[in-house]
Design a protein around this ligand. Structure first.
Ligand code: TGC
Ligand code: FAD
Length: 392
């Protein structure tokens, strides 16, 4: 891959809306991505391997639990800093951002919000430092968009719970030390349980042959009569709303992350259009390529404004699930469209690993699917504005 020459677009001077702390956190993450991710990521994506050596660096830039209080090892930052970190990481690669999203919003968040003080103290500092890695098991082979139909279940056996079932498409599963698993009790109510690697009957086979998120490890979680200690149940929230609450936080981070992938594709295509000569002039001097670039920067700017405002609402505790849904859906679709157009602008070079665009494009096919598909987010907005749920 070529040297990383990334220059972040800021067409509406959005930096003026950021505090010094936001800019410091963002710039540290940007520098780290340039130094530690860009030089190696193409190689790891080609090998379909997660670069485990970056775990410590992710922890050092505050990517594991950015908004978790410092007393539990988190960075104690606000929601805009959290978003900016996700943006910078996904500028490098959506798979690396996935690892950070899962660790922060899908593992640390439920332990912090729904767990006991003992669970917080036991797990959060180790997750923040990267000593422990976690994963989140909600999706099942027969229940993806409709997680409420899950069949994974546990029975009360007096001194422990007995867990049975299977989860599929789980990011970080192949190497995670712990899994936050959503399962039904005997009354059919959903609860979160912390399952630790090494518990008898718990296995995590890796999912191979992905054309997307190749630098992120994905796998299954299989529970065959796993004895889970009673103190591993997250007691402070149950029902489908518990996992959906975690998704609010992760989807918000993805809305920012997608902007990072879009910025990288735009920046690469812009530079290429200024340098690539055809018919004796730069392709950037042609109207067709200018149309693509003008639309890209317009859409990136709109997404930046949408997401910054959402961050303000999150900081005030006022952002709704439907508002988060709209930003996730809009920004990922925006990034995917930009990646496809940018790839065409590079002609044949666009399909090679010399440039990051094709990798972003393939990664974004997962991002537009996970954490609620593009269709499901449209239906959430539809339900919000009409009052009618059209899922069922
Ligand atoms: P519905 O009847 O609407 O709601 C069930 C209960 O949940 C409550 N609720 C929420 N609570 C807190 N936060 C939210 N965001 C909530 N949304 C809903 C709701 O009030 C209700 O409570 P109660 O007390 O009345 O029972 O549920 P539904 O079954 O109709 O489903 C709605 C739907 C389709 C929107 C939901 O199931 C959904 O979002 N489906 C998409 C599934 C999804 O996003 N899965 C993601 C899996 S994790 C993942 O992909 C990680 S990838 C990570 C990475 O690598 O980065
Ligand atoms: P389905 O739900 O079967 O959907 C298939 C199609 O039907 C989609 O186009 C969908 O939009 C459409 N559809 C579904 N319902 C409706 C409806 N009511 N109306 C109209 N259209 C509908 N899950 C986890 O729990 N943890 C993870 O860490 C995780 N990581 C992932 C990593 C990757 C790389 C991928 C690809 C997925 C991951 N997922 C994870 C799973 C992800 O959340 C699901 O793939 C997603 O929710 C969609 O579920 P599904 O694949 O079963 O598709």
């Amino acid at each position: 891959m070529r040297p990383d020459l990334f220059q972040a677009p800021d067409y509406y001077n959005l930096d003026e809306l950021l505090t010094d702390e936001h800019k410091m956190v963002r710039d540290a993450a940007r520098e780290w991505v340039k130094r530690e991710v860009s030089p190696i990521i193409e190689d790891y994506a080609q090998k379909a391997e997660f670069p485990k050596q970056i775990i410590k660096g992710l922890a050092d830039i505050g990517a594991f639990g950015p908004y978790i209080p410092e007393e539990y090892g988190g960075a104690g930052l606000d929601q805009i800093s959290y978003g900016l970190i996700m943006q910078e990481i996904e500028r490098g690669d959506s798979g690396v951002r996935s690892t950070a999203s899962v660790q922060s919003s899908l593992v640390m968040y439920p332990i912090w919000k729904y767990g006991t003080e003992e669970q917080r103290v036991k797990y959060l500092p180790k997750l923040a430092s990267g000593e422990f890695m976690g994963c989140f098991g909600l999706t099942e082979p027969d229940h993806g968009s409709n997680p409420g139909g899950m069949i994974t279940n546990f029975k009360d056996k007096g001194d422990h719970y007995l867990l049975n079932g299977a989860k599929m498409w789980i990011s970080n599963a192949p190497f995670a030390d712990i899994a936050v698993v959503w399962a039904k009790d005997e009354a059919g109510r959903i609860h979160g349980l912390i399952v630790e690697r090494g518990m008898e009957g718990f296995t995590t086979p890796e999912t191979h042959n992905k054309w997307s998120l190749r630098a992120s490890a994905t796998g299954e979680l299989i529970f065959d009569n796993v004895k889970v200690p009673k103190e591993n149940l997250l007691p402070n929230k149950s029902g489908l709303g518990a996992p959906l609450g975690c998704l609010d936080s992760a989807r918000y981070g993805i809305a920012w992350g997608a902007i990072g992938a879009a910025m990288d594709c735009y920046d690469t295509a812009l530079r290429y259009s200024q340098e690539r000569i055809q018919f004796d002039k730069p392709i950037g001097a042609t109207q067709l390529q200018q149309k693509k670039l003008a639309e890209m920067i317009t859409e990136i700017t709109k997404a930046q404004l949408l997401t910054w405002r959402l961050g303000v609402l999150r900081n005030e505790g006022k952002a709704t699930t439907a508002q988060i849904s709209m930003a996730k859906r809009n920004n990922v679709d925006m990034a995917l469209t930009i990646a496809r157009d940018a790839r065409q602008m590079l002609g044949g070079m666009g399909i090679t690993g010399e440039y990051s665009i094709m990798r972003h494009m393939m990664n974004l096919e997962s991002v537009v699917t996970y954490e609620g598909t593009h269709d499901i987010h449209l239906l959430i907005t539809g339900m919000d504005v009409t009052g009618f749920a059209a899922f069922k």
